[in-house]
Design a protein around this ligand. Structure first.
Ligand code: OXD
Ligand code: MN
Length: 595
Protein backbone atom coordinates (compact mmCIF):
# COMPACT_ATOMS: atom_id res chain seq x y z
CA UNK A 1 0.00 0.00 0.00
CA UNK A 2 1.23 3.51 -0.78
CA UNK A 3 2.66 5.19 2.29
CA UNK A 4 2.38 8.80 3.39
CA UNK A 5 4.91 10.35 5.75
CA UNK A 6 2.31 12.39 7.63
CA UNK A 7 0.17 9.31 8.23
CA UNK A 8 3.23 7.25 9.20
CA UNK A 9 4.54 9.71 11.75
CA UNK A 10 1.10 10.12 13.36
CA UNK A 11 0.67 6.31 13.58
CA UNK A 12 4.11 6.05 15.20
CA UNK A 13 3.12 8.63 17.78
CA UNK A 14 -0.22 6.93 18.54
CA UNK A 15 1.42 3.48 18.72
CA UNK A 16 4.06 4.74 21.17
CA UNK A 17 1.21 5.84 23.42
CA UNK A 18 -1.18 2.89 23.03
CA UNK A 19 1.55 0.14 22.64
CA UNK A 20 -0.20 -2.39 20.42
CA UNK A 21 1.53 -5.74 19.84
CA UNK A 22 1.21 -5.25 16.11
CA UNK A 23 -0.09 -2.85 13.51
CA UNK A 24 -2.17 -4.10 10.56
CA UNK A 25 -3.17 -1.97 7.59
CA UNK A 26 -6.67 -2.53 6.19
CA UNK A 27 -6.31 -2.86 2.42
CA UNK A 28 -10.00 -3.29 1.54
CA UNK A 29 -9.51 -6.78 0.07
CA UNK A 30 -12.14 -9.49 0.52
CA UNK A 31 -9.39 -11.94 1.65
CA UNK A 32 -8.39 -9.71 4.55
CA UNK A 33 -12.03 -9.02 5.52
CA UNK A 34 -12.73 -12.76 5.48
CA UNK A 35 -9.75 -13.48 7.70
CA UNK A 36 -10.92 -10.82 10.16
CA UNK A 37 -14.47 -12.21 10.16
CA UNK A 38 -13.08 -15.67 10.89
CA UNK A 39 -10.95 -14.30 13.71
CA UNK A 40 -13.90 -12.42 15.24
CA UNK A 41 -16.00 -15.58 15.10
CA UNK A 42 -13.23 -17.66 16.70
CA UNK A 43 -13.00 -15.27 19.66
CA UNK A 44 -16.78 -14.92 20.06
CA UNK A 45 -16.74 -11.22 19.09
CA UNK A 46 -19.19 -12.05 16.29
CA UNK A 47 -21.57 -14.92 15.63
CA UNK A 48 -21.87 -16.23 12.09
CA UNK A 49 -25.56 -16.43 11.12
CA UNK A 50 -27.38 -18.95 8.91
CA UNK A 51 -25.51 -18.82 5.58
CA UNK A 52 -28.53 -19.90 3.56
CA UNK A 53 -31.02 -17.45 5.05
CA UNK A 54 -28.64 -14.57 5.81
CA UNK A 55 -25.52 -15.00 3.66
CA UNK A 56 -22.38 -13.33 5.00
CA UNK A 57 -24.29 -11.93 8.01
CA UNK A 58 -23.04 -11.69 11.59
CA UNK A 59 -24.36 -10.86 15.03
CA UNK A 60 -22.43 -8.80 17.56
CA UNK A 61 -23.32 -7.77 21.11
CA UNK A 62 -21.85 -4.68 22.73
CA UNK A 63 -21.32 -4.34 26.48
CA UNK A 64 -24.57 -3.75 28.35
CA UNK A 65 -23.41 -0.29 29.42
CA UNK A 66 -22.48 0.67 25.87
CA UNK A 67 -25.52 0.67 23.60
CA UNK A 68 -25.96 4.22 22.30
CA UNK A 69 -24.30 7.50 21.50
CA UNK A 70 -23.37 9.37 24.65
CA UNK A 71 -24.10 13.06 24.21
CA UNK A 72 -23.08 13.84 27.76
CA UNK A 73 -19.59 12.49 27.09
CA UNK A 74 -19.15 14.01 23.63
CA UNK A 75 -16.89 17.07 23.55
CA UNK A 76 -15.87 19.78 21.13
CA UNK A 77 -12.38 20.87 22.14
CA UNK A 78 -11.72 24.31 20.66
CA UNK A 79 -9.26 26.84 22.10
CA UNK A 80 -12.15 28.90 23.51
CA UNK A 81 -15.51 27.80 24.89
CA UNK A 82 -17.19 30.44 22.78
CA UNK A 83 -16.18 28.64 19.57
CA UNK A 84 -17.92 25.47 20.72
CA UNK A 85 -20.92 27.41 22.02
CA UNK A 86 -23.41 26.68 24.78
CA UNK A 87 -25.07 23.67 23.18
CA UNK A 88 -21.90 21.57 22.97
CA UNK A 89 -19.88 20.17 25.85
CA UNK A 90 -16.54 21.91 25.75
CA UNK A 91 -13.08 21.23 27.15
CA UNK A 92 -9.82 23.04 26.61
CA UNK A 93 -7.80 20.97 24.09
CA UNK A 94 -4.71 20.78 26.31
CA UNK A 95 -6.76 19.57 29.25
CA UNK A 96 -8.57 17.00 27.13
CA UNK A 97 -5.40 15.72 25.47
CA UNK A 98 -3.95 15.17 28.96
CA UNK A 99 -7.01 13.21 30.12
CA UNK A 100 -6.96 11.13 26.95
CA UNK A 101 -3.25 10.42 27.12
CA UNK A 102 -3.75 8.84 30.53
CA UNK A 103 -6.58 6.66 29.23
CA UNK A 104 -4.88 5.63 25.98
CA UNK A 105 -1.47 4.87 27.43
CA UNK A 106 -0.85 1.14 27.09
CA UNK A 107 -4.51 0.53 26.19
CA UNK A 108 -3.62 -1.62 23.14
CA UNK A 109 -1.07 -3.84 24.91
CA UNK A 110 -1.63 -7.43 23.78
CA UNK A 111 -3.84 -6.18 20.95
CA UNK A 112 -3.57 -5.29 17.29
CA UNK A 113 -3.91 -1.73 16.06
CA UNK A 114 -5.77 -1.67 12.74
CA UNK A 115 -5.13 1.23 10.39
CA UNK A 116 -8.19 2.02 8.26
CA UNK A 117 -7.71 4.49 5.42
CA UNK A 118 -11.21 5.56 4.37
CA UNK A 119 -12.88 8.06 2.12
CA UNK A 120 -16.12 9.87 2.91
CA UNK A 121 -17.58 10.10 -0.59
CA UNK A 122 -16.37 8.43 -3.77
CA UNK A 123 -12.60 7.83 -3.65
CA UNK A 124 -10.81 10.59 -5.51
CA UNK A 125 -13.73 13.00 -5.94
CA UNK A 126 -12.79 16.62 -5.21
CA UNK A 127 -15.79 16.71 -2.85
CA UNK A 128 -14.72 13.67 -0.84
CA UNK A 129 -12.59 13.79 2.28
CA UNK A 130 -10.14 11.25 3.63
CA UNK A 131 -9.82 9.91 7.15
CA UNK A 132 -7.54 7.41 8.84
CA UNK A 133 -9.03 5.54 11.78
CA UNK A 134 -6.80 3.62 14.16
CA UNK A 135 -8.73 1.09 16.21
CA UNK A 136 -8.18 -2.03 18.28
CA UNK A 137 -11.59 -3.50 17.38
CA UNK A 138 -12.22 -5.92 14.51
CA UNK A 139 -15.93 -5.08 14.82
CA UNK A 140 -15.08 -1.45 14.04
CA UNK A 141 -12.94 -2.48 11.07
CA UNK A 142 -15.70 -4.64 9.60
CA UNK A 143 -18.32 -1.92 10.14
CA UNK A 144 -16.07 0.73 8.56
CA UNK A 145 -15.60 -1.55 5.54
CA UNK A 146 -19.39 -1.39 5.05
CA UNK A 147 -20.04 2.22 6.04
CA UNK A 148 -17.18 3.85 4.12
CA UNK A 149 -15.05 3.28 1.05
CA UNK A 150 -11.95 1.93 2.74
CA UNK A 151 -8.60 0.43 1.77
CA UNK A 152 -5.55 0.84 -0.45
CA UNK A 153 -7.15 3.10 -3.14
CA UNK A 154 -7.70 5.72 -0.44
CA UNK A 155 -3.94 5.93 0.23
CA UNK A 156 -3.39 6.40 -3.52
CA UNK A 157 -5.96 9.22 -3.51
CA UNK A 158 -4.29 10.82 -0.47
CA UNK A 159 -0.90 10.70 -2.18
CA UNK A 160 1.64 12.83 -0.29
CA UNK A 161 -0.95 15.19 1.16
CA UNK A 162 -1.20 15.95 4.91
CA UNK A 163 -4.94 16.57 4.46
CA UNK A 164 -6.69 13.77 6.32
CA UNK A 165 -8.79 13.50 9.47
CA UNK A 166 -7.03 11.62 12.24
CA UNK A 167 -9.18 9.28 14.31
CA UNK A 168 -7.97 7.21 17.23
CA UNK A 169 -10.26 4.66 18.86
CA UNK A 170 -9.43 2.32 21.73
CA UNK A 171 -11.98 0.12 23.48
CA UNK A 172 -9.78 0.22 26.63
CA UNK A 173 -11.87 -0.96 29.64
CA UNK A 174 -15.17 0.18 28.12
CA UNK A 175 -15.55 2.16 31.32
CA UNK A 176 -18.59 4.49 31.23
CA UNK A 177 -17.04 6.91 33.69
CA UNK A 178 -14.05 7.38 31.43
CA UNK A 179 -15.84 7.25 28.09
CA UNK A 180 -14.90 10.19 25.86
CA UNK A 181 -15.91 11.02 22.30
CA UNK A 182 -13.80 14.06 21.54
CA UNK A 183 -13.28 16.36 18.58
CA UNK A 184 -10.46 18.80 17.94
CA UNK A 185 -11.67 20.70 14.85
CA UNK A 186 -8.54 22.85 14.59
CA UNK A 187 -6.37 19.70 14.59
CA UNK A 188 -8.60 17.67 12.23
CA UNK A 189 -8.61 15.06 14.99
CA UNK A 190 -11.13 12.74 16.64
CA UNK A 191 -10.34 10.65 19.72
CA UNK A 192 -12.73 8.06 21.13
CA UNK A 193 -12.07 5.85 24.12
CA UNK A 194 -13.88 3.36 26.38
CA UNK A 195 -16.73 2.57 23.99
CA UNK A 196 -17.31 -0.01 21.28
CA UNK A 197 -20.79 1.13 20.19
CA UNK A 198 -21.17 2.21 16.54
CA UNK A 199 -22.13 5.88 16.83
CA UNK A 200 -19.20 6.46 19.22
CA UNK A 201 -16.56 4.49 17.36
CA UNK A 202 -17.30 4.42 13.62
CA UNK A 203 -15.45 7.69 13.43
CA UNK A 204 -16.31 8.41 9.79
CA UNK A 205 -19.96 8.87 10.63
CA UNK A 206 -21.18 11.39 13.22
CA UNK A 207 -17.70 12.44 14.40
CA UNK A 208 -16.18 13.16 10.98
CA UNK A 209 -19.03 13.48 8.47
CA UNK A 210 -21.05 15.78 10.75
CA UNK A 211 -19.04 17.36 13.59
CA UNK A 212 -15.64 17.85 11.91
CA UNK A 213 -17.21 18.27 8.46
CA UNK A 214 -19.62 20.97 9.66
CA UNK A 215 -16.60 22.89 10.93
CA UNK A 216 -14.73 22.37 7.64
CA UNK A 217 -17.86 23.26 5.67
CA UNK A 218 -18.13 26.62 7.37
CA UNK A 219 -14.47 27.33 6.68
CA UNK A 220 -14.63 26.16 3.07
CA UNK A 221 -18.12 27.34 2.06
CA UNK A 222 -20.21 24.16 2.04
CA UNK A 223 -22.55 22.34 4.44
CA UNK A 224 -22.52 19.01 6.29
CA UNK A 225 -26.04 18.12 7.36
CA UNK A 226 -27.93 15.34 9.17
CA UNK A 227 -30.14 14.71 6.15
CA UNK A 228 -31.41 11.89 3.98
CA UNK A 229 -31.31 12.38 0.21
CA UNK A 230 -33.95 10.87 -2.06
CA UNK A 231 -35.05 11.14 -5.68
CA UNK A 232 -38.65 11.09 -6.90
CA UNK A 233 -38.93 9.67 -10.40
CA UNK A 234 -41.92 10.83 -12.44
CA UNK A 235 -43.63 8.68 -15.09
CA UNK A 236 -41.81 10.67 -17.82
CA UNK A 237 -38.44 9.65 -16.33
CA UNK A 238 -37.59 13.02 -14.72
CA UNK A 239 -36.06 12.69 -11.25
CA UNK A 240 -36.28 15.48 -8.65
CA UNK A 241 -34.19 15.29 -5.47
CA UNK A 242 -34.91 16.44 -1.94
CA UNK A 243 -32.99 16.31 1.33
CA UNK A 244 -34.71 15.96 4.68
CA UNK A 245 -33.59 16.42 8.29
CA UNK A 246 -35.44 14.77 11.17
CA UNK A 247 -34.44 14.20 14.77
CA UNK A 248 -33.80 10.59 15.80
CA UNK A 249 -36.86 8.30 15.89
CA UNK A 250 -38.81 10.25 13.27
CA UNK A 251 -38.46 7.72 10.44
CA UNK A 252 -35.57 9.09 8.37
CA UNK A 253 -34.47 5.72 6.97
CA UNK A 254 -38.12 4.88 6.22
CA UNK A 255 -38.65 8.10 4.27
CA UNK A 256 -35.34 7.64 2.41
CA UNK A 257 -36.49 4.21 1.17
CA UNK A 258 -40.18 4.99 0.76
CA UNK A 259 -42.34 2.95 -1.61
CA UNK A 260 -45.08 5.11 -3.20
CA UNK A 261 -48.74 4.05 -2.82
CA UNK A 262 -49.92 1.53 -5.40
CA UNK A 263 -51.84 4.02 -7.55
CA UNK A 264 -48.63 6.03 -8.04
CA UNK A 265 -46.52 2.94 -8.70
CA UNK A 266 -48.95 1.89 -11.41
CA UNK A 267 -48.49 5.26 -13.09
CA UNK A 268 -44.72 4.82 -13.02
CA UNK A 269 -43.64 6.90 -9.99
CA UNK A 270 -40.60 5.64 -8.04
CA UNK A 271 -38.43 6.74 -5.13
CA UNK A 272 -34.64 6.32 -5.25
CA UNK A 273 -32.42 6.44 -2.17
CA UNK A 274 -29.19 8.43 -2.30
CA UNK A 275 -28.62 8.54 1.47
CA UNK A 276 -30.44 7.90 4.74
CA UNK A 277 -28.48 9.94 7.28
CA UNK A 278 -25.89 12.46 6.11
CA UNK A 279 -25.67 14.92 3.24
CA UNK A 280 -22.75 17.08 2.17
CA UNK A 281 -24.10 20.05 0.23
CA UNK A 282 -22.21 22.29 -2.18
CA UNK A 283 -23.08 25.01 -4.64
CA UNK A 284 -22.41 24.00 -8.22
CA UNK A 285 -20.68 26.94 -9.85
CA UNK A 286 -21.93 26.02 -13.33
CA UNK A 287 -25.68 25.98 -12.72
CA UNK A 288 -25.88 27.83 -9.36
CA UNK A 289 -27.83 24.98 -7.75
CA UNK A 290 -27.20 23.22 -4.45
CA UNK A 291 -25.94 19.63 -4.87
CA UNK A 292 -26.05 16.92 -2.22
CA UNK A 293 -23.88 13.84 -1.90
CA UNK A 294 -23.98 11.07 0.64
CA UNK A 295 -20.50 10.63 2.12
CA UNK A 296 -21.34 7.16 3.47
CA UNK A 297 -21.35 3.78 1.75
CA UNK A 298 -23.85 1.90 3.93
CA UNK A 299 -26.69 2.22 6.41
CA UNK A 300 -26.35 2.00 10.19
CA UNK A 301 -30.08 1.70 10.79
CA UNK A 302 -32.24 1.07 13.83
CA UNK A 303 -33.61 -2.50 13.60
CA UNK A 304 -36.73 -2.45 15.86
CA UNK A 305 -39.79 -1.34 13.95
CA UNK A 306 -38.25 -2.24 10.58
CA UNK A 307 -40.64 -4.61 8.81
CA UNK A 308 -42.22 -5.42 5.49
CA UNK A 309 -44.75 -2.59 5.91
CA UNK A 310 -42.63 0.17 7.45
CA UNK A 311 -39.58 -0.37 5.24
CA UNK A 312 -39.44 -3.39 2.92
CA UNK A 313 -36.39 -1.94 1.14
CA UNK A 314 -34.36 -1.69 4.34
CA UNK A 315 -35.38 -5.22 5.26
CA UNK A 316 -34.25 -6.51 1.86
CA UNK A 317 -30.96 -4.61 2.23
CA UNK A 318 -30.18 -6.45 5.47
CA UNK A 319 -30.67 -9.93 4.01
CA UNK A 320 -26.97 -10.33 3.12
CA UNK A 321 -23.52 -8.94 4.05
CA UNK A 322 -24.92 -7.33 7.21
CA UNK A 323 -23.63 -6.96 10.75
CA UNK A 324 -26.46 -6.97 13.29
CA UNK A 325 -25.72 -5.37 16.66
CA UNK A 326 -27.69 -6.10 19.85
CA UNK A 327 -30.65 -7.77 18.14
CA UNK A 328 -32.29 -10.99 19.35
CA UNK A 329 -30.71 -14.29 18.27
CA UNK A 330 -33.14 -17.00 17.14
CA UNK A 331 -31.37 -20.22 18.05
CA UNK A 332 -33.80 -22.44 16.15
CA UNK A 333 -32.54 -21.37 12.75
CA UNK A 334 -29.58 -19.17 13.69
CA UNK A 335 -31.21 -15.98 12.40
CA UNK A 336 -32.13 -12.68 14.03
CA UNK A 337 -35.31 -11.04 15.27
CA UNK A 338 -36.37 -7.70 16.71
CA UNK A 339 -39.52 -6.16 18.13
CA UNK A 340 -41.75 -5.00 15.29
CA UNK A 341 -40.23 -7.36 12.70
CA UNK A 342 -43.30 -9.64 12.78
CA UNK A 343 -45.72 -11.17 15.26
CA UNK A 344 -43.69 -14.36 15.67
CA UNK A 345 -41.05 -13.84 18.33
CA UNK A 346 -38.68 -16.78 18.50
CA UNK A 347 -39.38 -19.27 21.26
CA UNK A 348 -35.78 -20.43 21.53
CA UNK A 349 -33.87 -17.19 21.72
CA UNK A 350 -31.04 -15.17 23.28
CA UNK A 351 -31.73 -11.49 23.99
CA UNK A 352 -29.44 -8.54 23.25
CA UNK A 353 -27.74 -9.01 26.62
CA UNK A 354 -26.77 -12.58 25.70
CA UNK A 355 -29.30 -14.17 28.07
CA UNK A 356 -31.94 -16.81 27.39
CA UNK A 357 -35.10 -14.84 26.52
CA UNK A 358 -38.79 -15.56 27.01
CA UNK A 359 -40.86 -13.24 24.80
CA UNK A 360 -43.80 -13.54 27.22
CA UNK A 361 -41.93 -11.41 29.76
CA UNK A 362 -41.89 -8.44 27.32
CA UNK A 363 -43.20 -5.26 28.94
CA UNK A 364 -43.60 -2.14 26.80
CA UNK A 365 -42.96 0.08 29.81
CA UNK A 366 -39.50 -1.46 30.32
CA UNK A 367 -38.28 -2.23 26.81
CA UNK A 368 -34.58 -2.12 27.58
CA UNK A 369 -34.80 -4.90 30.14
CA UNK A 370 -37.53 -7.06 28.67
CA UNK A 371 -37.18 -6.91 24.89
CA UNK A 372 -35.34 -9.44 22.77
CA UNK A 373 -33.54 -6.73 20.78
CA UNK A 374 -32.29 -3.53 22.39
CA UNK A 375 -34.51 -0.57 21.32
CA UNK A 376 -31.38 0.94 19.71
CA UNK A 377 -30.17 -2.30 18.12
CA UNK A 378 -28.80 -1.80 14.63
CA UNK A 379 -28.03 -3.24 11.23
CA UNK A 380 -24.92 -2.21 9.34
CA UNK A 381 -25.82 -2.90 5.74
CA UNK A 382 -24.17 -2.14 2.44
CA UNK A 383 -25.83 0.51 0.27
CA UNK A 384 -25.07 -1.66 -2.76
CA UNK A 385 -27.64 -4.21 -1.49
CA UNK A 386 -30.47 -1.68 -1.31
CA UNK A 387 -33.11 -2.43 -3.98
CA UNK A 388 -34.01 1.26 -4.40
CA UNK A 389 -30.46 2.63 -4.44
CA UNK A 390 -30.20 5.61 -6.77
CA UNK A 391 -28.12 5.27 -9.93
CA UNK A 392 -26.52 8.55 -8.79
CA UNK A 393 -25.26 7.03 -5.53
CA UNK A 394 -21.67 7.01 -6.77
CA UNK A 395 -21.88 10.37 -8.50
CA UNK A 396 -18.75 12.30 -7.45
CA UNK A 397 -20.64 15.60 -7.34
CA UNK A 398 -24.01 14.46 -5.99
CA UNK A 399 -27.50 15.39 -7.13
CA UNK A 400 -29.23 18.80 -7.58
CA UNK A 401 -31.63 19.56 -4.75
CA UNK A 402 -35.09 21.04 -5.36
CA UNK A 403 -36.31 21.09 -1.75
CA UNK A 404 -34.96 20.89 1.77
CA UNK A 405 -37.41 19.40 4.25
CA UNK A 406 -37.25 19.82 8.01
CA UNK A 407 -39.42 17.68 10.25
CA UNK A 408 -40.27 17.01 13.83
CA UNK A 409 -42.61 15.01 15.99
CA UNK A 410 -45.31 17.41 17.17
CA UNK A 411 -48.71 16.35 18.49
CA UNK A 412 -50.47 19.65 17.77
CA UNK A 413 -48.27 22.54 16.72
CA UNK A 414 -46.87 21.86 13.26
CA UNK A 415 -49.21 21.13 10.35
CA UNK A 416 -48.69 18.18 8.03
CA UNK A 417 -46.62 20.40 5.74
CA UNK A 418 -45.82 24.06 5.23
CA UNK A 419 -43.40 26.03 3.10
CA UNK A 420 -41.17 28.79 4.37
CA UNK A 421 -41.43 32.23 2.78
CA UNK A 422 -37.80 32.24 1.61
CA UNK A 423 -34.32 30.89 2.52
CA UNK A 424 -33.91 33.22 5.51
CA UNK A 425 -37.28 32.27 6.93
CA UNK A 426 -36.50 28.61 6.09
CA UNK A 427 -33.32 28.85 8.14
CA UNK A 428 -35.45 30.16 10.99
CA UNK A 429 -37.86 27.22 10.54
CA UNK A 430 -34.87 24.84 10.77
CA UNK A 431 -33.53 26.63 13.85
CA UNK A 432 -36.79 26.06 15.77
CA UNK A 433 -37.20 22.38 14.83
CA UNK A 434 -38.35 20.26 17.74
CA UNK A 435 -39.72 16.92 18.81
CA UNK A 436 -42.01 16.00 21.65
CA UNK A 437 -41.70 12.90 23.77
CA UNK A 438 -44.66 10.56 23.43
CA UNK A 439 -46.50 8.87 26.27
CA UNK A 440 -45.18 5.50 25.15
CA UNK A 441 -41.60 6.68 25.22
CA UNK A 442 -41.28 8.66 28.38
CA UNK A 443 -44.33 9.07 30.55
CA UNK A 444 -44.19 12.85 30.43
CA UNK A 445 -46.13 13.76 27.30
CA UNK A 446 -45.24 16.79 25.24
CA UNK A 447 -41.78 17.56 26.59
CA UNK A 448 -40.25 19.61 23.80
CA UNK A 449 -36.63 19.10 22.79
CA UNK A 450 -35.35 21.71 20.38
CA UNK A 451 -33.19 20.04 17.75
CA UNK A 452 -32.23 22.66 15.15
CA UNK A 453 -31.83 21.13 11.70
CA UNK A 454 -31.65 17.77 13.60
CA UNK A 455 -28.04 18.84 14.29
CA UNK A 456 -28.18 19.57 18.01
CA UNK A 457 -25.70 16.78 18.88
CA UNK A 458 -23.68 17.13 15.67
CA UNK A 459 -22.62 20.74 15.07
CA UNK A 460 -18.85 20.96 15.55
CA UNK A 461 -18.91 24.62 16.59
CA UNK A 462 -21.18 27.34 18.00
CA UNK A 463 -24.85 26.76 17.08
CA UNK A 464 -25.39 30.49 16.52
CA UNK A 465 -22.49 30.61 14.03
CA UNK A 466 -23.89 27.51 12.35
CA UNK A 467 -27.18 29.34 11.77
CA UNK A 468 -25.25 32.30 10.40
CA UNK A 469 -23.49 29.92 8.01
CA UNK A 470 -26.91 28.76 6.78
CA UNK A 471 -27.90 32.39 6.16
CA UNK A 472 -24.61 33.05 4.33
CA UNK A 473 -24.99 29.95 2.19
CA UNK A 474 -28.44 31.13 1.11
CA UNK A 475 -26.83 34.22 -0.38
CA UNK A 476 -24.27 32.10 -2.24
CA UNK A 477 -26.80 29.85 -4.00
CA UNK A 478 -28.21 31.45 -7.15
CA UNK A 479 -31.03 28.88 -7.42
CA UNK A 480 -31.61 27.88 -3.82
CA UNK A 481 -33.87 24.95 -2.94
CA UNK A 482 -37.20 25.85 -1.33
CA UNK A 483 -37.41 25.00 2.37
CA UNK A 484 -40.35 23.10 3.89
CA UNK A 485 -41.40 21.64 7.23
CA UNK A 486 -43.39 18.43 7.66
CA UNK A 487 -44.98 16.70 10.64
CA UNK A 488 -46.23 13.13 10.19
CA UNK A 489 -47.14 12.87 13.87
CA UNK A 490 -50.21 15.03 14.58
CA UNK A 491 -52.58 13.28 16.95
CA UNK A 492 -56.31 13.44 17.58
CA UNK A 493 -57.86 14.11 21.01
CA UNK A 494 -57.33 10.45 21.97
CA UNK A 495 -53.65 10.62 21.08
CA UNK A 496 -53.90 8.56 17.86
CA UNK A 497 -51.85 9.54 14.84
CA UNK A 498 -54.13 11.08 12.21
CA UNK A 499 -51.88 10.73 9.17
CA UNK A 500 -50.96 7.13 8.18
CA UNK A 501 -47.40 8.10 7.19
CA UNK A 502 -44.93 5.66 5.56
CA UNK A 503 -45.73 5.28 1.80
CA UNK A 504 -48.49 7.90 2.00
CA UNK A 505 -45.87 10.54 2.80
CA UNK A 506 -45.22 10.39 -0.94
CA UNK A 507 -48.39 12.47 -1.42
CA UNK A 508 -46.81 15.27 0.60
CA UNK A 509 -43.53 14.97 -1.31
CA UNK A 510 -45.42 15.51 -4.56
CA UNK A 511 -47.03 18.70 -3.24
CA UNK A 512 -43.61 19.93 -2.14
CA UNK A 513 -42.11 19.25 -5.57
CA UNK A 514 -45.10 20.87 -7.30
CA UNK A 515 -44.48 23.99 -5.20
CA UNK A 516 -40.85 24.00 -6.30
CA UNK A 517 -42.03 24.12 -9.90
CA UNK A 518 -44.77 26.70 -9.24
CA UNK A 519 -47.36 24.15 -10.30
CA UNK A 520 -49.70 24.58 -7.33
CA UNK A 521 -51.06 27.43 -5.20
CA UNK A 522 -50.90 27.67 -1.44
CA UNK A 523 -52.50 29.59 1.40
CA UNK A 524 -50.36 32.20 3.15
CA UNK A 525 -50.56 31.85 6.94
CA UNK A 526 -48.68 33.29 9.91
CA UNK A 527 -46.15 30.43 9.83
CA UNK A 528 -45.68 30.02 6.07
CA UNK A 529 -47.44 28.67 2.99
CA UNK A 530 -49.84 25.81 3.68
CA UNK A 531 -51.43 23.63 0.96
CA UNK A 532 -55.06 24.00 0.01
CA UNK A 533 -56.60 20.83 1.47
CA UNK A 534 -57.77 19.58 -1.91
CA UNK A 535 -54.22 19.80 -3.30
CA UNK A 536 -53.00 16.87 -1.20
CA UNK A 537 -54.11 13.88 -3.27
CA UNK A 538 -56.03 11.43 -1.08
CA UNK A 539 -57.17 9.10 -3.88
CA UNK A 540 -56.98 5.50 -2.73
CA UNK A 541 -56.70 6.38 0.98
CA UNK A 542 -59.14 4.64 3.28
CA UNK A 543 -59.86 6.79 6.31
CA UNK A 544 -58.70 10.19 5.14
CA UNK A 545 -61.12 12.81 3.79
CA UNK A 546 -60.53 16.37 2.62
CA UNK A 547 -61.77 17.45 6.07
CA UNK A 548 -59.09 15.33 7.75
CA UNK A 549 -56.48 17.04 5.57
CA UNK A 550 -57.96 20.45 6.44
CA UNK A 551 -57.60 19.54 10.09
CA UNK A 552 -54.00 18.31 9.57
CA UNK A 553 -53.14 21.58 7.86
CA UNK A 554 -54.74 23.92 10.39
CA UNK A 555 -52.52 26.36 12.27
CA UNK A 556 -53.37 26.49 15.98
CA UNK A 557 -52.38 30.03 16.96
CA UNK A 558 -52.72 29.30 20.68
CA UNK A 559 -50.33 26.35 20.51
CA UNK A 560 -47.89 28.37 18.40
CA UNK A 561 -47.94 31.33 20.79
CA UNK A 562 -47.18 28.93 23.64
CA UNK A 563 -44.31 27.50 21.62
CA UNK A 564 -42.84 30.97 21.10
CA UNK A 565 -41.92 31.13 24.80
CA UNK A 566 -40.03 27.85 24.48
CA UNK A 567 -38.22 29.10 21.34
CA UNK A 568 -37.22 32.31 23.14
CA UNK A 569 -35.76 30.27 25.98
CA UNK A 570 -33.84 28.13 23.52
CA UNK A 571 -32.47 31.14 21.65
CA UNK A 572 -31.37 32.58 25.01
CA UNK A 573 -29.60 29.30 25.75
CA UNK A 574 -27.78 29.38 22.39
CA UNK A 575 -26.77 32.88 23.49
CA UNK A 576 -25.00 35.85 21.95
CA UNK A 577 -24.20 34.21 18.63
CA UNK A 578 -27.84 33.86 17.51
CA UNK A 579 -27.94 35.93 14.30
CA UNK A 580 -29.95 39.14 14.60
CA UNK A 581 -31.85 38.14 11.45
CA UNK A 582 -33.21 35.05 13.17
CA UNK A 583 -34.29 37.08 16.20
CA UNK A 584 -36.10 39.37 13.77
CA UNK A 585 -37.75 36.34 12.16
CA UNK A 586 -38.91 35.23 15.60
CA UNK A 587 -40.33 38.67 16.40
CA UNK A 588 -42.05 38.77 13.02
CA UNK A 589 -43.63 35.35 13.60
CA UNK A 590 -44.87 36.48 17.00
CA UNK A 591 -46.40 39.60 15.48
CA UNK A 592 -48.08 37.63 12.68
CA UNK A 593 -49.53 35.15 15.18
CA UNK A 594 -50.92 37.95 17.34
CA UNK A 595 -52.47 39.72 14.35
C1 OXD B 1 -28.44 8.88 14.94
C2 OXD B 1 -28.01 7.81 14.03
O1 OXD B 1 -28.35 8.70 16.16
O2 OXD B 1 -28.11 8.01 12.81
O3 OXD B 1 -28.86 9.93 14.46
O4 OXD B 1 -27.53 6.77 14.49
MN1 MN C 1 -28.53 10.02 12.30
Amino acid sequence: MRSNKFVDSWIREMAEMTRPDKIVWIDGSEEQANALRAEAVSTGEMIKLNEEKLPNCYLHRTAINDVARVEGRTFICTPTKEEAGNINNWKDPKEMYAILKRLYTGSMKGKTMYVIPYSMGVVGSEFSKIGIELTDSIYVVLNMLIMTRAGAPVMEALGDSPDFVKGLHAVADCDEENRYITHFPQDNTIMSVNSAYGGNVLLGKKCFALRIASYLGRKEGWMAEHMLILGVEYPNGDVKYVTAAFPSACGKTNLAMLIPPEMYRKKGYKVWTVGDDIAWLRVNKKDGKLYAMNPENGFFGVAPGTNSHSNPNALATTMRDTIFTNVCHNLDDNTVWWEGLNDNPPTNAINWKGEKWDYRTYNKADKVNTSGAHPNSRFTASAKNCPCLSGEFDSPTGVPISAIIFGGRRAKTAPLVYQSFNWQHGTFVGSIMASETTAAAAGAVGVVRRDPMAMRPFVGYNMGDYWQHWLDMGKAIAHAPKIFHVNWFRTDDEGHFIWPGFGDNFRVLLWILDRCEDKVDAVETAIGYVPKAEDINIEGMNDITVDTIRDLLSVDRGAWLEDIGNIEEFYAQVGDHVPATLKEELAALKARLAD
